[in-house]
Ligand binder design. Structure first.
Ligand SMILES: Nc1ncnc2c1ncn2[C@@H]1O[C@H](COP(=O)(O)OP(=O)(O)O)[C@@H](O)[C@H]1O
Ligand SMILES: [Mg+2]
Length: 268
């Protein structure tokens, strides 16, 4: 297994009483797999991802195991961990949270991880950035490379974020509500792009969404979270067609935009 999350818990000790954000979560992902993590807002999806990536604030106490390619990320040295987190595993956030730096050209931001993690020279960095931008579905990468963030639409900005997450060729991409801030037609196209990235590069994707239909659109398996725990998991079609938990049924039923999303098609 590429990723093995075992009995993972995240507790915020600075809260009175301490707040358990993630409560004994276990799941596995194989190379190239498309797994969805569903659940209502506040169910612990993002904090699970942050634990995998070492992005939790200091007040968060993590326990359990996170093994990536057989090595436990929670116990390895910080030097080793930096090699994995952000390089072999990267993340795309919901767009408004980490929208691009407005004072820096897009290309420079896409290249950023190459500057941090490699000794590549500038021309090579640019080549890699343009490849990642193309893979992320950005039309005319040369032009976008030179553009300022404000010159791009919301969807294009999110594609630039996807490009920066791909530039180090990670084996696992975590996409945390990557389309939530975007309108439905753009959402569907971004999901198509994630599917293409998986097909072409074999990148495994952990897609986090409160929206089960978004997950169904891309993933083969899904785990459903509630109150920090996984309450149900299985092949996506099975969970959709015969959900075991009332909570899952409610998540499926509370979807207003289903038709539009299923109709999504071309790139852009
Ligand atoms: N810094 C924090 N301090 C205290 N509680 C937090 C903090 N961050 C998140 N939480 C709590 O942890 C729970 C899970 O949060 P999160 O993983 O962000 O949920 P989701 O991504 O599913 O919406 C929520 O109850 C949230 O309020
Ligand atoms: Mg979240």
């Amino acid at each position: 297994m590429m990723l093995e999350v075992e009995n993972l818990s995240v507790v915020f000790r600075d809260r009175r009483p301490p707040l358990t954000a993630v409560d004994g979560v276990s799941f596995q992902m194989g190379e190239g797999e498309l797994l969805g993590l569903a659940g209502e807002s506040g169910s612990g999806k993002s904090r699970t991802a942050h634990a995998i990536l070492g992005l939790l604030p200091a007040a968060a106490e993590v326990s359990g195991g996170v093994r990536f390619q057989g090595r436990d990320l929670l116990t390895m040295s910080s030097v080793e961990r930096r090699q994995v987190q952000g390089k072999d595993i990267s993340i795309v956030f919901q767009e408004p949270m980490t929208s691009l730096n407005p004072t820096m050209r897009v290309g420079r931001q896409v290249e950023d991880a190459l500057r941090v993690h490699t000794k590549m020279a500038a021309p090579e960095r640019k080549t890699r950035a343009l490849e990642a931008m193309e893979l992320a579905g950005l039309p005319d990468p040369e032009r976008v490379y030179r553009a300022w963030p404000h010159e791009l639409s919301g969807g294009m900005r999110q594609r630039a974020m996807i490009a920066s997450a791909l530039v180090l060729r990670p084996r696992l991409l975590i996409a945390d509500e990557p389309t939530t801030a975007l309108d439905v037609t753009v959402q569907a196209k971004i999901l198509d792009t994630l599917r293409e990235i998986n097909r072409k590069e074999g990148t495994a994707i952990l897609l986090i969404s409160h929206d089960l239909l978004v997950i169904r659109n891309l993933c083969t398996r899904v785990a459903v979270m509630k109150d920090g725990r996984i309450v149900e998991s299985g092949p996506v079609d099975q969970v959709f067609q015969s959900p075991r938990e009332d909570y899952t049924k409610l998540l499926i039923a509370s979807r207003p935009t289903r038709k539009k999303l299923q109709g999504g098609g071309s790139h852009g």
